[in-house]
Design a protein around this ligand. Sequence first.
Ligand code: SF4
Length: 404
Amino acid sequence: MQSLKELYKTGKGPSSSHTIAPARACQLFVDTYGAYPFYEAELFGSLSLTGKGHHTDGIIEETLPGKTTVKFSLDWDEDFPNGFYLSAFNAQHELQHKWTVFSIGGGSVRIKELPDLNWNDEVYKESSWKEIYEKCKKEGISLQEYCYQYEPDLKDFLNEIVNAEVRAVQAGITTEGMLPGKLKLKRSAKELYEQTIMMDGGERDRLRMMAYSYAACEENAAGHVVVTGPTLGSCGILASMVYYFLIDRRVPTDRIVDSLAVAGVFGNLIKTNASISGAVGGCQAEVGAATSMAAAAIAFLHGQSMEQIEYAAEIGLEHNLGLTCDPVMGYVMIPCIERNAMAILRASDAALLSQHMSLIKEHLISFDMVVHTMNETGQMIPIELKETSEGGLAKEFLNVYQID
Ligand code: SF4
C-alpha cells in the first residue's frame, strides 16, 4: 500500500479527481520539461463529462504557464476510464511533449509515460486487513503504531492535516453567501451551526457534526482548500470528525492525529483493493470509504479494541454498498453536501453499533470481504451513475428544472 500522505492531501476543490489530480500532473509536467508557450489538455471520461462543473478546465489553465486549450472529448480507448492527454507546444506550435494522465481517485495520478513515478511507491508491505491484523497482533502494536513504523514522520504530516481540517470547517461555519455555479445554492453551514447554539444534548451534537460536514463541503464546492478524506467530494465526513472531537469534545490533538492514522489504514485498504474514485466505483467509493474511515476513527477515539475498530469500518462501508454517483450538473453539491452530513452520523452510528454488537456476537462479514464486494459492485454500476452526470438525480433534476 502507498503512503498515507498519498491518501490525505490538501488542495483546492471541488473534486480531488477533477482538480487536485490534474493540477498535480500539470505541475509535474512543467517541473519536468520547463515552461512552453502553448499547451493542450484533452479530457476524457468523467473528466470530460463533468469537467466544467468540477472546474477541471480552470485548474489546468491556472497551473500551466502558457496559453492553454482545454478540449472535452469522448473517444478514449486507454485502459482506465478517467484521464487526459497533456501536450506542450513550442512557439511554432510543434508538439514537444505529451503525457497520458490517469486520474485514479483521491487526487492520485498515474502517468503512462512515467511508470516509476515515486508518488505511487508501495510503502506498506501488507495489503489486506487480515495481514495487518496478524502483524499487529504478532508484534503487539496498535494500528497507529503500525503506520508510524512504516512512516516515522507521519505524525508531523497528520498534524498539518488536522490544522487544515480545522481551517476548512472554521471558514465554512463563518461564511455566508452563495456557492458558485448555475445551481445558485445558498451556503448553509453557518446558519445550521448557529441553530445548535441554543440546543443541548445529543441532538445538538448531531446537528453540529452535520454543520461541520456542510462547512467543509461548502468550502470544497467554493473551490477553496480542503483535505481529501479520502476524496474532496467526501471531505466533509473526516473534517467533521476532526473538528467535533477536537473542539467540542476537547480530545487532545495527538489522539486526533492517531485517529487519522487509524482511519487511513482502512482508506488505504479500500484504495488498494477497490477504488476511492466515484468515476470508477460510484459514491460508495467516496462517501462509503469516508464513512468507513470515520467510523474506524470514532471507534478508536472511544477506546474500542482493534477488532471493534475493524467492525466499525466494515459496518460503515457495508451499508453504503451500491451507492451511486450522480452529481447534478456536474457540481459537487447535490447530492454530495447533504450526503456527507448524513454520512458523519452514519459513521458515528457504526462506531456505536460495533461497540455494543461485539459484546453479543462475532460478525461474519469481514472488512476484507466488504471491500472485495465493493469492488465487484462498482464494476456493475452503470457508467451513467459513475460521475458522468448522465443518470440518477443528475438526469431527474434536468427533467424537472430548466437551467440555462
Ligand atoms: S455523488 Fe458522491 S462520488 Fe459523486 S461527486 Fe458527489 S460525493 Fe463524489
